[in-house]
Design a protein. Sequence first.
Length: 80
Amino acid sequence: MQLMRARQQLQAFLLRHGRPYKIGKNGTRRHRSRLSGQTFDQPAHQIVFQAYLEAVWTAQDRHDQLIRRISTMAAHWSME
């Protein structure tokens, strides 16, 4: 839920500034690379963009950690 919300906020911000992402899928290395290269003339816009970007990356990291932990637990789980 956090990841989805963070992504939506970032995408909305980019759309408001005329920078939609139309090639490929969100979350890919190509997409992350493109996002990392974004700069804005207005310092306030750059600060907000960085905050949204960090929120997405933090939420993605949390999501990935949770998936790994659940997968590890499931591999050792039995019905006995």
